[in-house]
Design a protein. Structure first.
Length: 532
């Protein structure tokens, strides 16, 4: 008996120590980049444009112009960030703090769920750390000025509520959370669609409360907001997202490269939970058929309901992640819902494995299971410096800010257009908004997109920009740039250090200065007014 306890003690210490690695890496990254005054991912810039637009008091959803076009997400996160910035005073820091707090709260919520289900604090801790360990798989989005981390937190809160809901109040609160989640990101509806269909079948007398709250809470604000913005709200959050094509390569890679290959051990433990807990339900059900004890019936109902809710929640998160990840333009951040669900199902599966009779009889088998869990953690270790800018990149970003601020005319910098707001210049539309409007994501070309592209071409020909900065190449402006501007020679310095984090700032773009000797008429002839 003493040997068994010693085996478990030392094994637990080992696994706990290894599980600290993702926490240390995450805290190290946050400490070193949270307050840095520039974007790490070009999508952050588009989100900051939304926050600046809200703070300016102008309509968030309106006709696309060269100054602004909104993202195709519902707006709650951006309004929260705008409100937080009123208190904190720094827009970028405020938006990132919401994501950081949401990520940390999500970890603690996963720990709480597993602790409540298994009564195993170590396993609960490990499950929370598993979600943190997926930081690199999600391309480091956990602390960015993006909607994703808040979206995950509301998903987990809603799941916790509906898992425990027994009375009308619980279903009402769940309905409210679904409404909140939808106005953070539309795909929230997909996450809980399977669970709600099951609950409606199981107990429609309670489920209709959640359904009614969701229908009223979503539809009424939708139509009020859309009416307030003259129909543009529906255009951006419903029509444009439908114009994204789907990539079969991304759809396949979601299961191979994003989930099963790096998280195979998590999947294995998840299957253990789904299979063994279902067998337990069947055994209890068989006993209840021959027993008259009412407690058996209660246990049967609770076990079956719990099993179905967990498996349908997993199916919903996987479906939402798969659909959004498979969309053209969908990044690894869209996998975050399934990472959270896997962390939960992993914890439950590991608990089932550790409670088997073989583990009780053979302490080495306990050590083997914990060793397998450790291997999963080790496989998810990443280099934190890949997610931190170098000192040279920090200097170059600050120098770029100063150069833009000193420009005598507006600066076109489509991948970091928030700088126009930040440096008090004329606002500039972000490149991702132009992509949305021009069918870049394999959708239908919008007439407004063609108009905006040609307006930018016209401005380039007329040298309306004092400086043009392309962090990556843009497919529509080459001919105009060749005529009206010249490419500034890059500063080549073999000692300059670059990171993977900001590789998008130096891939194929460059800085363009006005060409004093060029033919305006020849440049204007390169502009086509037709769809291309």
């Amino acid at each position: 008996m003493i040997k068994k306890l010693e085996y478990r003690k030392y094994t637990n210490i080992l696994v706990f120590s290894i599980s600290l690695i993702p926490l240390i890496l995450f805290l190290f990254i946050i400490w070193n980049r949270l307050s840095l005054p520039f974007v790490f991912e070009w999508g952050e810039s588009a989100g900051l444009n939304q926050i600046y637009r809200i703070l300016s008091g102008r309509a968030l959803y309106d006709l696309p112009t060269l100054e602004f076009s909104p993202l195709v997400y519902t707006p709650l996160y951006y309004y929260l960030a705008a409100g937080a910035s009123k208190v904190i005073g720094n827009i970028l820091l405020s938006a990132r703090l919401i994501s950081v707090i949401s990520s940390i709260a999500s970890v603690f919520l996963i720990i709480w769920i597993i602790q409540r289900e298994t009564k195993n604090l170590l396993l609960a801790w490990i499950s929370g750390m598993v979600y943190l360990a997926c930081f690199a798989l999600a391309d480091g989005f956990y602390d960015l000025a993006r909607v994703d981390s808040l979206y995950i937190l509301i998903i987990l809160i809603a799941f916790s509520v509906i898992r425990e809901a027994k009375i009308k109040t619980g279903f009402f609160v769940f309905g409210v959370l679904v409404v909140i989640g939808f106005f953070i990101k539309q795909s929230f509806i997909i996450v809980f669609l399977p669970v709600q269909m099951y609950l409606l079948y199981r107990d429609w007398k309670l489920s209709w409360i959640a359904i009614a709250v969701e229908m009223i809470g979503i539809s009424v604000p939708l139509f009020l907001i859309n009416n307030n913005f003259d129909g543009w709200f529906f255009y951006y959050i419903f029509k444009l997202p439908r114009e994204h094509g789907y990539s079969f390569i991304s759809a396949a890679n979601f299961w191979i490269g994003d989930t099963i290959r790096p998280l195979g051990i998590l999947f294995a433990f998840s299957l253990i939970f789904l299979l063994l807990s279902r067998l337990d339900c069947d055994q209890i059900l068989n006993k209840s058929k021959t027993a008259t004890d009412s407690k058996n019936n209660i246990t049967t109902e609770d076990s079956l309901n719990g099993w179905w809710i967990y498996i349908l929640f997993f199916a919903g998160t996987a479906g939402a992640a798969w659909i959004t990840r498979s969309s053209n333009g969908g990044g690894a951040n869209n996998c975050m819902p399934i990472y959270a669900a896997l962390a939960i199902s992993f914890g439950l599966g590991a608990d089932y494995a550790l409670k088997t009779k073989r583990v009780a009889e053979m302490p080495l088998f306990y050590s083997f299971i914990m060793l397998v869990i450790s291997i999963q953690f080790i496989g998810l270790i990443y280099n934190p410096f890949n997610y931190l800018p170098t000192k040279d990149e920090i200097r170059l970003n600050i120098e770029m800010n100063n150069r833009i601020k000193d420009a005598d005319l507006p600066v076109l910098i489509p991948y970091r257009s928030h700088l126009s707001w930040e440096l008090e210049q004329i606002p500039q539309i972000h490149i991702v908004n132009i992509f949305e409007l021009t069918g870049y994501f394999k959708g239908e070309v919008q007439p407004t997109g063609v108009r905006l592209v040609n307006q930018i071409r016209m401005n380039i020909c007329r040298q309306a920009y004092g400086l043009i900065v392309l962090d990556q190449s843009v497919p529509w402006f080459d001919e105009q740039l060749e005529n009206a501007y010249f490419h500034e020679p890059p500063i080549r310095n073999d000692k300059t250090l670059y990171s993977d984090l900001l590789s998008w700032q130096r891939d194929h773009g460059g800085i363009f200065l006005k060409n004093s000797k060029y033919d305006l008429g020849l440049c204007l002839e390169t502009i086509s007014l037709e769809n291309e």
